[in-house]
Ligand binder design. Sequence first.
Ligand SMILES: CC(C)(COP(=O)(O)OP(=O)(O)OC[C@H]1O[C@@H](n2cnc3c(N)ncnc32)[C@H](O)[C@@H]1OP(=O)(O)O)[C@@H](O)C(=O)NCCC(=O)NCCS
Length: 112
Amino acid sequence: MLLARDNCSSYSLTNSSAEFLGFGQLVETTPTVLRISRIIVAPSKRGRGLGRALCDLLLAEAAKYADTERIALGVYRDNPVAISLYSSLGFVETPPHPIPEVMSMERRIARG
Ligand SMILES: CC(C)(COP(=O)(O)OP(=O)(O)OC[C@H]1O[C@@H](n2cnc3c(N)ncnc32)[C@H](O)[C@@H]1OP(=O)(O)O)[C@@H](O)C(=O)NCCC(=O)NCCS
């Protein structure tokens, strides 16, 4: 079994009691593109704004990578909840993913 990935940072979303709420990764795909990967909110905690909070925190973290211009992700087309979340965060569909069932999405990094 192997979970490790090069150029990848993993983040756990927790509350003040260190209870696990969610998980996500930032993968350095190229010097200018970061990929959000493996986003998940604990099943019992969904629908309360945590997925949005997790993505907001990951996007803020991504903005700290000096050379990054864009942030990308892949999402299965049969996952309307995740697509709705990403669309509301400004991600738009980009040219087709090699796997037809997967939608590639992307947005620019916003730096304050
Ligand atoms: C996708 C996921 C991370 C969303 O997390 P969440 O905490 O439930 O989402 P939030 O409560 O923050 O809601 C964020 C947005 O998601 C969408 N959403 C959430 N629940 C929804 C539902 N039941 N139906 C439709 N859209 C929904 C809405 O756009 C929502 O925004 P809004 O509240 O302003 O309408 C979560 O469902 C999950 O872990 N799913 C399994 C793993 C997965 O699919 N990961 C994505 C891989 S690409």
